[in-house]
Design a protein around this ligand. Structure first.
Ligand SMILES: Cc1cc2nc3c(=O)[nH]c(=O)nc-3n(C[C@H](O)[C@H](O)[C@H](O)COP(=O)(O)OP(=O)(O)OC[C@H]3O[C@@H](n4cnc5c(N)ncnc54)[C@H](O)[C@@H]3O)c2cc1C
Length: 454
């Protein structure tokens, strides 16, 4: 083993928040290193947001071109799709590599494990090891997909999103397990690429964190796409040969047969084998690193960033962790407490969300009014032929402020950002109702939505 390499700032894992902070510090002349086991730029670019959204775009195009909608007989050319996904990913990885270089940080490729407080031993692929020490250490190792412990399932080596993105042949019948955000995006994408798709979900409705009307509308859209959705269905056994013929038994005795399985049933933090006990870093019962609202861990001069610290599982939330940490370094105060994190779900119709859902507002006993508008009432939805879905806003009965917004419809994510600006500006809903919004935009629906409130 060679000499100890010392840095002022040392990052274990190069996720969104960590790499952003590392580059800032390096540009400011600090001695900085990122230890990354291979995904330059983190999971978003390599195996998550960017490739999945590119896959979805390919699927949408294929679906639009197919004269009679999704058809098993005319599946997409997965070699071409794969090339497109890889070219987008590779270009973004290269942009990240160049930005790292330009910032002056040291990128260390290898798997890191704590050897003691603020000391990390790195194993490179060529078998060499090196010990690193940081005056300040940041852990940004993210999460990975969990394959549930169902008899026979792990032996089949089912796909997760990572392997699904590398398929060179279209599954003729894909069984997706899990009706959360990742399962929904992947199920619809593969259906629209031309696979037969069965979606198995262990719950009474899809997208369980959303209000019932949203889950119901997504279900209708999926059924219309030809996806066979099985709700309240718990998997009890799996058998067969993955890629050829698989058979899943559900708790009511139903047998579901297909060719491939994609598991999207949850994620676990990457904390099992990184030596946190040697670093003095405490974890919670689920394995996430315990942090305070400035992301400080139980160990001296050691912080955690992103999903591993139980930050909401979105790239922009990890990026906000960067803001929190940067403020701390600069002596300003910013915390993770009470932050409002919007998000989008890239299915058709798209879901945009910010603030409270109706279910959450009711659970908190708030006094609020609900405005709801079918997308069919929005002129731009008519011109585009995308009339499925609705907009829904929650308005505080006393202050007239918007406390929550959901939209299922085309462009929902962007419209949600417009609502977010009103919320950030602390505007009453009447300001949005009476704003002059260009016609015919999807956002114009906000005028109509808030006009429904008397
Ligand atoms: C399929 C899918 C789709 C998604 N789509 C979206 C989306 O559309 N929008 C959105 O906002 N979010 C999306 N997400 C979530 C988003 O990808 C993450 O929230 C985001 O990447 C932030 O992650 P992070 O900063 O916690 O760490 P990550 O980006 O996960 O980075 C962790 C890094 O640590 C490295 N690492 C781990 N252990 C070690 C070790 N021991 N040594 C060295 N390196 C190590 C990993 O290789 C990885 O690069 C999606 C996630 C998935 C799975």
């Amino acid at each position: 083993m060679s000499d100890l390499r010392k840095y002022e700032y040392l990052f274990l894992g190069g996720g969104k928040g960590g790499k952003s902070l590392a580059m800032d510090l390096a540009r400011a002349g600090k001695r900085v290193a990122i230890i990354e086991r291979g995904m330059i730029g983190g999971s978003c670019i390599n195996v998550a947001c960017i490739p999945t959204k590119t896959l979805i775009r390919n699927a949408g195009r294929h679906h639009d071109c197919a004269s009679h909608g999704p058809s098993d007989a005319r599946g997409a050319d997965m070699i071409a799709v794969g090339h497109n996904v890889a070219s987008v990913v590779n270009a973004m990885v290269e942009m990240n590599r160049q930005a790292f270089d330009a910032s002056g940080l040291d990128l260390v490729i290898g798997t890191g494990r704590f050897a003691g407080p603020r000391q990390i031993r790195v194993h490179a692929e060529d078998g060499t090891e090196q010990l690193f020490e940081g005056e300040n250490v940041y852990i940004n190792t993210g999460t990975i997909a969990v394959v549930p412990d169902v008899p026979g399932l792990r032996d089949l080596r089912p796909l997760t999103h990572v392997e699904a993105l590398k398929l060179t042949e279209l599954p003729s019948h894909l069984i997706v397990i899990g009706g959360g955000y990742i399962g929904l995006e992947m199920a619809q994408a593969f259906r629209r690429l031309g696979s037969k798709v069965t979606l198995i979900h262990d719950g009474p409705r899809l997208a369980m964190r959303e209000d019932e009307d949203i889950g119901a509308e997504i279900l209708r859209a999926f059924v219309d796409d030809g996806i066979d959705v099985k709700l309240n269905a718990r998997l009890t056994e799996a058998s067969g040969a993955h890629g050829t013929a698989v058979s899943l038994t559900l708790d009511d005795g139903t047998i579901v047969e297909g060719t491939h399985i994609l598991v999207a049933t949850g994620r676990k933090p990457v904390t099992d084998d990184i030596g946190l006990e040697l670093a003095g870093v405490a974890r919670d019962a689920h394995g996430f690193i315990e942090v305070d609202d400035t992301l400080k861990t139980s160990a001296e001069r050691t912080w955690a960033i992103g999903e591993v610290a139980r930050t909401p599982m979105f790239t922009h939330a990890s990026f906000d962790d960067y803001r929190v940490l940067k403020a701390g370094i600069e002596g300003r105060v910013r915390s993770t407490r009470s932050r409002t994190v919007p998000y989008a779900l890239f299915i058709d119709p798209e879901l945009g969300r910010i603030g409270l859902s109706e279910t959450e507002a009711n659970a908190r006993g708030l006094r609020f009014r609900v405005a709801k508008l079918p997308m069919a009432s929005v002129p731009r939805a008519r011109t585009n032929g995308t009339t499925r879905g609705f907009m829904k806003a929650l308005v505080d009965s006393d202050s007239a402020r918007i406390i929550g917004f959901a939209m299922l419809g085309s462009g929902a994510g962007e419209v949600t950002t417009a609502v977010q600006m009103a919320m950030l500006g602390d505007l009453p809903y009447t300001a949005v109702r009476d704003a002059i919004i260009a016609h015919p935009l999807m956002s114009e629906g906000l005028n109509l939505l808030f006009a429904t409130l008397k």
